[in-house]
Write a protein that binds this ligand. Sequence first.
Ligand SMILES: Cc1cc2nc3c(=O)[nH]c(=O)nc-3n(C[C@H](O)[C@H](O)[C@H](O)COP(=O)(O)OP(=O)(O)OC[C@H]3O[C@@H](n4cnc5c(N)ncnc54)[C@H](O)[C@@H]3O)c2cc1C
Length: 474
Amino acid sequence: MTEYRPVTAHVVERLQNILGARNVSCDADKLLTYSRDEVQGPFWKDGCLAEVVVFPESTEDVAALVRLAGEERIPLTARGAGTGLSGGAVPARRGIVVSFEKMNRIIELDRENLTLTVEPGVVTAEINRAAVDAGLLYAGDPCSGDASFIGGNVAENAGGNKVVKYGPTGSHVLALEAVMADGSVTWFGGKRRKDVTGYDFVHLLVGSEGTLALITKIVLKLLPLPAEVVDLLVPFPDVASAVAFVPRIVTEGKVLPASIEFMDRRSINLTERFLNTNLPYSDAGAHLIIQLEGNDAESLADEYERIGDLCLAHGALEVFVADNRNSRDKLWKARKSITESVWAFHPGKNVNEDVVVPTGAVPELMRRLDEIVTRAGSAYVVFGHIGDGNMHVTAAPAPEEPDRESILHRIQDELYDVVKSLGGTLTGEHGVGLKRRDAITRFLDATQIDLIRRVKLAFDPQNILNPDKIVPWE
Ligand SMILES: Cc1cc2nc3c(=O)[nH]c(=O)nc-3n(C[C@H](O)[C@H](O)[C@H](O)COP(=O)(O)OP(=O)(O)OC[C@H]3O[C@@H](n4cnc5c(N)ncnc54)[C@H](O)[C@@H]3O)c2cc1C
Protein backbone atom coordinates (compact mmCIF):
# COMPACT_ATOMS: atom_id res chain seq x y z
CA MET A 1 0.00 0.00 0.00
CA THR A 2 1.30 3.47 -0.91
CA GLU A 3 2.51 5.49 2.08
CA TYR A 4 1.63 9.20 2.14
CA ARG A 5 2.79 12.11 4.25
CA PRO A 6 0.37 14.21 6.32
CA VAL A 7 -0.57 17.81 5.54
CA THR A 8 1.59 19.74 8.01
CA ALA A 9 1.30 23.41 9.01
CA HIS A 10 4.24 24.03 6.68
CA VAL A 11 2.35 22.46 3.74
CA VAL A 12 -0.69 24.63 4.52
CA GLU A 13 1.55 27.68 4.51
CA ARG A 14 3.02 26.70 1.14
CA LEU A 15 -0.49 26.16 -0.26
CA GLN A 16 -1.46 29.64 1.00
CA ASN A 17 1.57 31.10 -0.73
CA ILE A 18 0.52 29.48 -4.01
CA LEU A 19 -3.24 30.08 -3.88
CA GLY A 20 -3.70 32.95 -1.42
CA ALA A 21 -5.02 32.38 2.11
CA ARG A 22 -8.65 32.84 0.95
CA ASN A 23 -8.33 29.73 -1.22
CA VAL A 24 -7.08 27.35 1.48
CA SER A 25 -9.32 26.06 4.26
CA CYS A 26 -8.82 23.78 7.26
CA ASP A 27 -12.18 24.73 8.78
CA ALA A 28 -13.67 21.59 10.37
CA ASP A 29 -17.18 22.01 8.86
CA LYS A 30 -15.74 22.63 5.40
CA LEU A 31 -13.46 19.60 5.65
CA LEU A 32 -16.49 17.45 6.42
CA THR A 33 -18.69 18.95 3.68
CA TYR A 34 -15.97 18.66 1.03
CA SER A 35 -15.18 15.07 1.99
CA ARG A 36 -18.57 13.62 1.03
CA ASP A 37 -20.63 13.24 -2.09
CA GLU A 38 -24.26 12.12 -2.42
CA VAL A 39 -23.75 8.44 -1.63
CA GLN A 40 -26.32 7.70 1.05
CA GLY A 41 -25.30 5.63 4.09
CA PRO A 42 -21.81 4.91 2.69
CA PHE A 43 -20.56 1.35 2.46
CA TRP A 44 -16.98 2.45 3.32
CA LYS A 45 -15.54 3.05 6.78
CA ASP A 46 -15.32 6.53 8.30
CA GLY A 47 -11.97 8.30 8.21
CA CYS A 48 -12.05 9.57 4.63
CA LEU A 49 -11.65 13.18 5.78
CA ALA A 50 -9.75 15.87 3.89
CA GLU A 51 -6.87 17.50 5.79
CA VAL A 52 -7.19 20.69 3.75
CA VAL A 53 -9.52 21.96 1.01
CA VAL A 54 -8.17 24.24 -1.70
CA PHE A 55 -9.91 26.40 -4.31
CA PRO A 56 -7.63 27.03 -7.30
CA GLU A 57 -8.60 29.86 -9.65
CA SER A 58 -6.47 28.97 -12.69
CA THR A 59 -4.60 26.18 -14.45
CA GLU A 60 -1.35 27.66 -13.09
CA ASP A 61 -2.72 27.33 -9.54
CA VAL A 62 -3.62 23.69 -10.17
CA ALA A 63 -0.21 22.92 -11.69
CA ALA A 64 1.61 24.50 -8.75
CA LEU A 65 -0.39 22.66 -6.13
CA VAL A 66 0.01 19.32 -7.94
CA ARG A 67 3.80 19.88 -8.00
CA LEU A 68 3.71 20.58 -4.26
CA ALA A 69 1.64 17.45 -3.58
CA GLY A 70 4.13 15.40 -5.61
CA GLU A 71 7.14 16.80 -3.74
CA GLU A 72 5.45 16.16 -0.39
CA ARG A 73 3.80 12.88 -1.47
CA ILE A 74 0.33 13.97 -0.40
CA PRO A 75 -2.84 12.60 -2.07
CA LEU A 76 -5.04 14.98 -4.08
CA THR A 77 -8.73 14.40 -4.72
CA ALA A 78 -10.48 16.50 -7.37
CA ARG A 79 -13.97 17.65 -6.54
CA GLY A 80 -16.73 19.08 -8.71
CA ALA A 81 -20.13 19.81 -7.15
CA GLY A 82 -20.07 16.66 -4.99
CA THR A 83 -23.26 15.24 -6.55
CA GLY A 84 -21.48 11.98 -7.37
CA LEU A 85 -23.10 8.66 -6.50
CA SER A 86 -19.97 6.51 -6.19
CA GLY A 87 -17.78 8.22 -3.57
CA GLY A 88 -15.49 9.38 -6.40
CA ALA A 89 -14.84 12.77 -4.77
CA VAL A 90 -14.33 11.26 -1.30
CA PRO A 91 -10.67 11.60 -0.19
CA ALA A 92 -10.07 7.90 0.48
CA ARG A 93 -6.48 8.48 1.71
CA ARG A 94 -7.14 11.96 3.16
CA GLY A 95 -4.74 14.72 2.00
CA ILE A 96 -5.84 17.67 -0.18
CA VAL A 97 -9.31 18.07 -1.71
CA VAL A 98 -9.16 20.28 -4.82
CA SER A 99 -12.50 22.00 -5.36
CA PHE A 100 -13.00 23.38 -8.87
CA GLU A 101 -15.87 25.68 -7.88
CA LYS A 102 -13.86 28.87 -8.56
CA MET A 103 -12.79 27.72 -12.03
CA ASN A 104 -16.25 28.36 -13.42
CA ARG A 105 -15.84 30.49 -16.55
CA ILE A 106 -17.36 29.90 -19.94
CA ILE A 107 -14.34 30.87 -22.00
CA GLU A 108 -15.50 30.83 -25.60
CA LEU A 109 -18.42 29.91 -27.82
CA ASP A 110 -17.03 29.33 -31.30
CA ARG A 111 -19.83 29.48 -33.87
CA GLU A 112 -17.54 28.62 -36.77
CA ASN A 113 -16.42 25.36 -35.22
CA LEU A 114 -19.55 24.75 -33.10
CA THR A 115 -17.60 24.39 -29.87
CA LEU A 116 -17.86 25.68 -26.32
CA THR A 117 -14.70 25.97 -24.24
CA VAL A 118 -15.25 25.97 -20.48
CA GLU A 119 -13.53 25.57 -17.13
CA PRO A 120 -14.45 22.46 -15.14
CA GLY A 121 -16.46 24.28 -12.45
CA VAL A 122 -19.25 25.48 -14.76
CA VAL A 123 -22.65 24.06 -13.72
CA THR A 124 -23.99 21.73 -16.41
CA ALA A 125 -27.31 23.59 -16.77
CA GLU A 126 -25.42 26.84 -17.46
CA ILE A 127 -23.76 25.11 -20.38
CA ASN A 128 -27.14 23.92 -21.67
CA ARG A 129 -28.43 27.51 -21.37
CA ALA A 130 -25.38 29.09 -23.03
CA ALA A 131 -25.82 26.77 -26.00
CA VAL A 132 -29.58 27.46 -26.27
CA ASP A 133 -28.97 31.22 -26.08
CA ALA A 134 -26.80 30.82 -29.18
CA GLY A 135 -29.47 28.71 -30.91
CA LEU A 136 -27.42 25.54 -30.38
CA LEU A 137 -27.63 22.35 -28.33
CA TYR A 138 -25.28 20.93 -25.72
CA ALA A 139 -26.78 17.45 -25.45
CA GLY A 140 -25.42 16.42 -22.02
CA ASP A 141 -28.43 16.17 -19.68
CA PRO A 142 -27.82 14.36 -16.36
CA CYS A 143 -30.74 14.57 -13.91
CA SER A 144 -28.38 16.40 -11.52
CA GLY A 145 -27.56 19.03 -14.18
CA ASP A 146 -28.84 21.97 -12.10
CA ALA A 147 -26.05 21.27 -9.60
CA SER A 148 -23.32 19.09 -11.14
CA PHE A 149 -20.21 20.61 -12.75
CA ILE A 150 -19.08 19.83 -16.26
CA GLY A 151 -15.69 18.67 -14.88
CA GLY A 152 -17.48 16.07 -12.74
CA ASN A 153 -19.59 15.05 -15.77
CA VAL A 154 -16.46 14.53 -17.85
CA ALA A 155 -14.61 12.69 -15.07
CA GLU A 156 -17.60 10.33 -14.62
CA ASN A 157 -18.61 10.23 -18.30
CA ALA A 158 -22.06 11.17 -17.02
CA GLY A 159 -25.06 9.90 -18.90
CA GLY A 160 -28.56 11.18 -18.31
CA ASN A 161 -31.66 11.61 -20.37
CA LYS A 162 -30.45 12.08 -23.94
CA VAL A 163 -27.90 9.30 -24.26
CA VAL A 164 -30.15 7.13 -26.41
CA LYS A 165 -29.81 9.65 -29.26
CA TYR A 166 -26.71 11.72 -28.48
CA GLY A 167 -24.45 9.49 -26.33
CA PRO A 168 -22.95 10.17 -22.88
CA THR A 169 -20.80 13.20 -21.93
CA GLY A 170 -17.74 11.73 -23.66
CA SER A 171 -19.50 11.95 -27.03
CA HIS A 172 -19.54 15.74 -26.65
CA VAL A 173 -15.91 16.19 -25.56
CA LEU A 174 -13.44 17.21 -28.26
CA ALA A 175 -10.47 18.32 -26.16
CA LEU A 176 -9.21 18.56 -22.61
CA GLU A 177 -6.55 20.65 -20.94
CA ALA A 178 -5.05 18.53 -18.17
CA VAL A 179 -2.61 18.98 -15.33
CA MET A 180 -0.60 15.79 -15.11
CA ALA A 181 0.63 14.22 -11.87
CA ASP A 182 4.07 15.86 -12.26
CA GLY A 183 2.48 19.30 -12.61
CA SER A 184 3.01 19.59 -16.36
CA VAL A 185 0.12 21.01 -18.41
CA THR A 186 -0.96 19.59 -21.75
CA TRP A 187 -3.85 19.68 -24.21
CA PHE A 188 -5.32 16.41 -25.45
CA GLY A 189 -7.40 16.68 -28.65
CA GLY A 190 -8.54 19.92 -30.27
CA LYS A 191 -11.49 21.53 -32.03
CA ARG A 192 -11.10 19.05 -34.92
CA ARG A 193 -13.81 16.42 -35.45
CA LYS A 194 -11.39 13.64 -36.38
CA ASP A 195 -8.08 12.70 -34.86
CA VAL A 196 -6.15 9.44 -35.01
CA THR A 197 -2.78 10.95 -34.21
CA GLY A 198 -1.66 8.67 -31.39
CA TYR A 199 -3.86 7.13 -28.69
CA ASP A 200 -7.25 8.65 -27.86
CA PHE A 201 -6.21 10.14 -24.52
CA VAL A 202 -9.23 12.47 -24.49
CA HIS A 203 -11.54 9.52 -24.06
CA LEU A 204 -9.20 7.76 -21.66
CA LEU A 205 -9.45 10.79 -19.37
CA VAL A 206 -13.23 10.89 -19.81
CA GLY A 207 -14.59 8.62 -17.08
CA SER A 208 -11.22 8.32 -15.31
CA GLU A 209 -12.70 9.75 -12.10
CA GLY A 210 -9.82 12.10 -11.32
CA THR A 211 -7.33 9.24 -11.07
CA LEU A 212 -5.15 10.04 -14.12
CA ALA A 213 -4.98 13.86 -14.34
CA LEU A 214 -6.82 16.99 -13.23
CA ILE A 215 -8.97 18.48 -15.99
CA THR A 216 -8.68 22.27 -16.18
CA LYS A 217 -10.38 23.14 -19.50
CA ILE A 218 -12.88 21.33 -21.69
CA VAL A 219 -13.83 21.86 -25.34
CA LEU A 220 -17.38 20.64 -25.93
CA LYS A 221 -19.11 19.87 -29.20
CA LEU A 222 -22.33 21.76 -29.95
CA LEU A 223 -25.15 20.66 -32.24
CA PRO A 224 -28.09 22.27 -34.02
CA LEU A 225 -30.94 23.01 -31.60
CA PRO A 226 -34.14 21.22 -32.65
CA ALA A 227 -36.93 23.76 -33.16
CA GLU A 228 -39.71 21.52 -31.82
CA VAL A 229 -39.75 19.16 -28.84
CA VAL A 230 -42.57 17.00 -27.50
CA ASP A 231 -42.65 14.63 -24.53
CA LEU A 232 -45.05 11.73 -24.37
CA LEU A 233 -45.99 10.37 -20.95
CA VAL A 234 -47.26 6.86 -21.43
CA PRO A 235 -48.71 4.77 -18.58
CA PHE A 236 -48.76 0.99 -18.96
CA PRO A 237 -50.69 -1.46 -16.76
CA ASP A 238 -47.54 -3.25 -15.63
CA VAL A 239 -43.75 -3.21 -15.84
CA ALA A 240 -43.60 -6.10 -18.31
CA SER A 241 -45.75 -4.40 -20.97
CA ALA A 242 -43.88 -1.07 -20.65
CA VAL A 243 -40.50 -2.73 -20.92
CA ALA A 244 -41.54 -4.97 -23.83
CA PHE A 245 -42.75 -1.93 -25.76
CA VAL A 246 -39.46 0.01 -25.70
CA PRO A 247 -37.67 -1.65 -28.66
CA ARG A 248 -40.78 -1.19 -30.85
CA ILE A 249 -40.31 2.59 -30.75
CA VAL A 250 -37.30 2.20 -33.01
CA THR A 251 -38.09 -1.02 -34.88
CA GLU A 252 -41.76 -0.30 -35.69
CA GLY A 253 -42.04 3.44 -34.99
CA LYS A 254 -38.87 4.05 -37.02
CA VAL A 255 -37.73 7.00 -34.90
CA LEU A 256 -34.83 7.45 -32.54
CA PRO A 257 -36.20 9.51 -29.65
CA ALA A 258 -33.97 11.90 -27.71
CA SER A 259 -35.07 10.17 -24.48
CA ILE A 260 -36.74 6.96 -23.41
CA GLU A 261 -37.13 6.94 -19.62
CA PHE A 262 -38.81 4.39 -17.34
CA MET A 263 -40.49 4.88 -13.94
CA ASP A 264 -42.16 2.09 -11.98
CA ARG A 265 -45.25 2.78 -9.88
CA ARG A 266 -43.27 3.24 -6.66
CA SER A 267 -41.00 5.86 -8.26
CA ILE A 268 -44.03 7.77 -9.53
CA ASN A 269 -45.73 7.61 -6.14
CA LEU A 270 -42.60 8.73 -4.26
CA THR A 271 -41.91 11.67 -6.56
CA GLU A 272 -45.58 12.73 -6.33
CA ARG A 273 -45.37 12.72 -2.52
CA PHE A 274 -42.01 14.49 -2.55
CA LEU A 275 -43.17 17.27 -4.87
CA ASN A 276 -46.74 17.31 -3.57
CA THR A 277 -48.04 16.96 -7.10
CA ASN A 278 -50.15 14.56 -9.15
CA LEU A 279 -49.30 12.74 -12.32
CA PRO A 280 -51.94 11.12 -14.51
CA TYR A 281 -52.54 7.38 -14.02
CA SER A 282 -50.20 7.31 -11.05
CA ASP A 283 -51.61 3.91 -10.05
CA ALA A 284 -50.44 2.42 -13.37
CA GLY A 285 -47.75 -0.25 -13.13
CA ALA A 286 -45.16 1.80 -15.02
CA HIS A 287 -44.70 4.92 -17.12
CA LEU A 288 -42.46 5.72 -20.06
CA ILE A 289 -41.37 9.19 -21.08
CA ILE A 290 -40.60 9.38 -24.78
CA GLN A 291 -39.06 12.62 -26.03
CA LEU A 292 -39.29 13.38 -29.75
CA GLU A 293 -37.80 16.36 -31.53
CA GLY A 294 -37.62 17.87 -34.98
CA ASN A 295 -37.64 21.12 -36.90
CA ASP A 296 -41.11 21.03 -38.38
CA ALA A 297 -44.18 21.11 -36.11
CA GLU A 298 -46.41 19.25 -38.55
CA SER A 299 -44.08 16.35 -39.21
CA LEU A 300 -43.31 16.09 -35.50
CA ALA A 301 -47.07 15.89 -34.83
CA ASP A 302 -47.34 13.06 -37.39
CA GLU A 303 -44.49 11.29 -35.68
CA TYR A 304 -45.86 11.54 -32.14
CA GLU A 305 -49.31 10.47 -33.30
CA ARG A 306 -47.77 7.41 -34.93
CA ILE A 307 -45.77 6.56 -31.79
CA GLY A 308 -48.86 7.25 -29.64
CA ASP A 309 -50.95 4.84 -31.73
CA LEU A 310 -48.22 2.24 -31.47
CA CYS A 311 -48.18 2.65 -27.65
CA LEU A 312 -51.96 2.14 -27.49
CA ALA A 313 -51.79 -0.87 -29.81
CA HIS A 314 -49.31 -2.46 -27.40
CA GLY A 315 -51.19 -2.06 -24.17
CA ALA A 316 -50.62 1.57 -23.10
CA LEU A 317 -53.46 2.89 -20.96
CA GLU A 318 -53.28 6.39 -22.41
CA VAL A 319 -50.83 8.74 -24.13
CA PHE A 320 -50.36 12.24 -22.70
CA VAL A 321 -48.68 14.80 -24.91
CA ALA A 322 -46.60 17.49 -23.19
CA ASP A 323 -45.99 20.04 -25.94
CA ASN A 324 -45.65 23.28 -24.01
CA ARG A 325 -43.04 24.54 -21.57
CA ASN A 326 -45.20 24.13 -18.43
CA SER A 327 -46.33 20.57 -19.01
CA ARG A 328 -42.86 19.48 -20.13
CA ASP A 329 -41.19 21.11 -17.11
CA LYS A 330 -43.67 19.44 -14.73
CA LEU A 331 -43.00 16.05 -16.25
CA TRP A 332 -39.21 16.35 -16.14
CA LYS A 333 -39.26 17.82 -12.63
CA ALA A 334 -41.07 14.64 -11.54
CA ARG A 335 -38.59 12.41 -13.38
CA LYS A 336 -35.51 14.27 -12.15
CA SER A 337 -36.71 14.27 -8.52
CA ILE A 338 -37.03 10.50 -8.18
CA THR A 339 -33.55 9.98 -6.71
CA GLU A 340 -34.12 12.58 -3.99
CA SER A 341 -37.63 11.33 -3.27
CA VAL A 342 -36.32 7.79 -2.80
CA TRP A 343 -33.78 9.13 -0.27
CA ALA A 344 -36.45 11.20 1.48
CA PHE A 345 -38.77 8.25 2.06
CA HIS A 346 -36.16 5.46 2.29
CA PRO A 347 -33.30 7.17 4.13
CA GLY A 348 -30.06 5.49 5.23
CA LYS A 349 -28.08 2.62 3.88
CA ASN A 350 -29.84 0.78 1.05
CA VAL A 351 -28.84 -0.97 -2.12
CA ASN A 352 -28.59 1.86 -4.70
CA GLU A 353 -27.43 0.42 -8.00
CA ASP A 354 -26.75 1.79 -11.48
CA VAL A 355 -26.53 -1.41 -13.46
CA VAL A 356 -26.58 -1.53 -17.25
CA VAL A 357 -27.42 -4.42 -19.57
CA PRO A 358 -27.78 -4.72 -23.35
CA THR A 359 -31.15 -3.14 -24.17
CA GLY A 360 -32.53 -6.49 -25.36
CA ALA A 361 -31.89 -7.95 -21.89
CA VAL A 362 -33.91 -5.35 -19.95
CA PRO A 363 -37.12 -7.44 -19.80
CA GLU A 364 -35.20 -10.38 -18.30
CA LEU A 365 -33.34 -8.07 -15.89
CA MET A 366 -36.66 -6.69 -14.63
CA ARG A 367 -38.14 -10.17 -14.14
CA ARG A 368 -35.10 -11.42 -12.25
CA LEU A 369 -34.83 -8.23 -10.19
CA ASP A 370 -38.41 -8.65 -9.02
CA GLU A 371 -37.74 -12.29 -8.06
CA ILE A 372 -34.56 -11.41 -6.14
CA VAL A 373 -35.98 -8.53 -4.14
CA THR A 374 -39.35 -10.16 -3.49
CA ARG A 375 -37.61 -13.33 -2.26
CA ALA A 376 -35.57 -11.17 0.12
CA GLY A 377 -38.79 -9.60 1.45
CA SER A 378 -37.65 -6.07 0.62
CA ALA A 379 -39.36 -3.02 -0.89
CA TYR A 380 -37.75 -1.71 -4.05
CA VAL A 381 -37.91 1.09 -6.58
CA VAL A 382 -36.70 0.88 -10.17
CA PHE A 383 -36.43 3.68 -12.71
CA GLY A 384 -33.92 4.92 -15.23
CA HIS A 385 -32.66 5.38 -18.72
CA ILE A 386 -34.33 2.35 -20.25
CA GLY A 387 -33.43 3.41 -23.80
CA ASP A 388 -29.80 2.71 -22.82
CA GLY A 389 -30.51 -0.40 -20.70
CA ASN A 390 -29.34 1.58 -17.65
CA MET A 391 -31.60 0.97 -14.64
CA HIS A 392 -31.39 2.59 -11.20
CA VAL A 393 -32.47 0.16 -8.51
CA THR A 394 -33.01 0.92 -4.83
CA ALA A 395 -33.83 -2.00 -2.54
CA ALA A 396 -34.79 -0.89 0.96
CA PRO A 397 -35.63 -3.60 3.50
CA ALA A 398 -37.74 -2.36 6.46
CA PRO A 399 -35.59 -0.37 8.94
CA GLU A 400 -36.72 -2.64 11.81
CA GLU A 401 -35.67 -5.81 9.94
CA PRO A 402 -33.05 -7.42 12.25
CA ASP A 403 -31.24 -9.09 9.37
CA ARG A 404 -31.17 -5.90 7.26
CA GLU A 405 -27.44 -5.80 6.53
CA SER A 406 -27.23 -9.36 5.26
CA ILE A 407 -30.42 -8.93 3.19
CA LEU A 408 -28.86 -5.90 1.48
CA HIS A 409 -25.71 -7.83 0.68
CA ARG A 410 -27.66 -10.81 -0.62
CA ILE A 411 -29.76 -8.63 -2.95
CA GLN A 412 -26.67 -6.88 -4.27
CA ASP A 413 -24.82 -10.14 -4.72
CA GLU A 414 -27.66 -11.85 -6.62
CA LEU A 415 -28.35 -8.74 -8.71
CA TYR A 416 -24.70 -8.55 -9.81
CA ASP A 417 -24.77 -12.23 -10.80
CA VAL A 418 -27.87 -11.67 -12.94
CA VAL A 419 -26.50 -8.49 -14.54
CA LYS A 420 -23.27 -10.25 -15.43
CA SER A 421 -25.06 -13.29 -16.83
CA LEU A 422 -27.08 -10.96 -19.10
CA GLY A 423 -23.93 -9.35 -20.53
CA GLY A 424 -24.33 -6.26 -18.37
CA THR A 425 -21.98 -4.46 -16.05
CA LEU A 426 -21.60 -2.77 -12.68
CA THR A 427 -22.28 0.87 -13.49
CA GLY A 428 -23.63 2.67 -16.53
CA GLU A 429 -23.04 6.29 -15.51
CA HIS A 430 -22.47 6.83 -11.77
CA GLY A 431 -18.96 5.42 -11.79
CA VAL A 432 -17.00 2.97 -9.65
CA GLY A 433 -15.28 5.39 -7.24
CA LEU A 434 -14.96 4.05 -3.73
CA LYS A 435 -18.42 2.59 -3.45
CA ARG A 436 -18.09 -0.07 -6.17
CA ARG A 437 -14.30 -0.50 -6.09
CA ASP A 438 -14.36 -3.93 -4.47
CA ALA A 439 -17.15 -5.19 -6.74
CA ILE A 440 -15.31 -4.38 -9.98
CA THR A 441 -13.38 -7.65 -9.89
CA ARG A 442 -16.67 -9.47 -10.46
CA PHE A 443 -17.03 -7.74 -13.83
CA LEU A 444 -13.47 -7.25 -15.12
CA ASP A 445 -10.95 -10.07 -15.33
CA ALA A 446 -7.44 -10.08 -13.86
CA THR A 447 -5.89 -8.92 -17.15
CA GLN A 448 -8.08 -5.83 -17.22
CA ILE A 449 -7.65 -5.00 -13.53
CA ASP A 450 -3.88 -5.26 -13.93
CA LEU A 451 -4.02 -3.00 -16.99
CA ILE A 452 -6.02 -0.38 -15.08
CA ARG A 453 -3.37 -0.37 -12.34
CA ARG A 454 -0.52 -0.07 -14.87
CA VAL A 455 -2.21 2.72 -16.83
CA LYS A 456 -2.84 4.55 -13.56
CA LEU A 457 0.82 4.26 -12.56
CA ALA A 458 2.00 5.33 -16.03
CA PHE A 459 0.06 8.58 -15.59
CA ASP A 460 0.68 8.92 -11.87
CA PRO A 461 3.79 6.98 -10.72
CA GLN A 462 3.51 8.23 -7.12
CA ASN A 463 -0.20 7.33 -6.96
CA ILE A 464 -1.19 10.73 -5.58
CA LEU A 465 -4.24 11.46 -7.79
CA ASN A 466 -7.44 10.21 -6.13
CA PRO A 467 -5.80 7.03 -4.83
CA ASP A 468 -7.66 3.85 -3.84
CA LYS A 469 -10.42 4.34 -6.40
CA ILE A 470 -11.81 2.22 -9.26
CA VAL A 471 -9.79 -0.95 -8.49
CA PRO A 472 -8.58 -2.45 -5.19
CA TRP A 473 -4.91 -1.63 -4.56
CA GLU A 474 -3.97 -3.86 -1.63
C1 LIG B 1 -30.25 13.65 -7.81
C2 LIG B 1 -29.12 13.12 -8.63
C3 LIG B 1 -29.35 12.76 -9.95
C4 LIG B 1 -28.29 12.28 -10.74
N1 LIG B 1 -28.55 11.95 -12.04
C5 LIG B 1 -27.55 11.55 -12.84
C6 LIG B 1 -27.79 11.22 -14.21
O1 LIG B 1 -28.91 11.34 -14.72
N2 LIG B 1 -26.75 10.78 -14.95
C7 LIG B 1 -25.49 10.65 -14.41
O2 LIG B 1 -24.56 10.24 -15.13
N3 LIG B 1 -25.22 10.94 -13.11
C8 LIG B 1 -26.22 11.38 -12.32
N4 LIG B 1 -25.96 11.69 -11.01
C9 LIG B 1 -24.60 11.51 -10.47
C10 LIG B 1 -23.69 12.77 -10.54
O3 LIG B 1 -24.46 13.94 -10.58
C11 LIG B 1 -22.76 12.70 -11.73
O4 LIG B 1 -21.84 11.64 -11.53
C12 LIG B 1 -21.98 13.98 -12.00
O5 LIG B 1 -21.24 13.82 -13.19
C13 LIG B 1 -21.01 14.35 -10.86
O6 LIG B 1 -20.60 15.68 -11.08
P1 LIG B 1 -20.01 16.53 -9.87
O7 LIG B 1 -19.59 17.85 -10.42
O8 LIG B 1 -20.97 16.58 -8.75
O9 LIG B 1 -18.73 15.67 -9.50
P2 LIG B 1 -18.19 15.15 -8.09
O10 LIG B 1 -19.19 14.25 -7.45
O11 LIG B 1 -17.70 16.28 -7.29
O12 LIG B 1 -16.95 14.27 -8.59
C14 LIG B 1 -17.15 13.16 -9.40
C15 LIG B 1 -15.79 12.60 -9.86
O13 LIG B 1 -15.18 13.51 -10.74
C16 LIG B 1 -13.84 13.80 -10.33
N5 LIG B 1 -13.59 15.18 -10.77
C17 LIG B 1 -14.35 16.27 -10.54
N6 LIG B 1 -13.82 17.35 -11.15
C18 LIG B 1 -12.68 16.93 -11.76
C19 LIG B 1 -11.69 17.58 -12.54
N7 LIG B 1 -11.75 18.87 -12.83
N8 LIG B 1 -10.64 16.84 -12.99
C20 LIG B 1 -10.56 15.52 -12.73
N9 LIG B 1 -11.48 14.86 -11.99
C21 LIG B 1 -12.53 15.56 -11.52
C22 LIG B 1 -13.87 13.58 -8.83
O14 LIG B 1 -12.57 13.29 -8.33
C23 LIG B 1 -14.79 12.38 -8.73
O15 LIG B 1 -14.07 11.20 -8.97
C24 LIG B 1 -27.00 12.16 -10.19
C25 LIG B 1 -26.76 12.54 -8.86
C26 LIG B 1 -27.80 13.02 -8.10
C27 LIG B 1 -27.50 13.44 -6.69
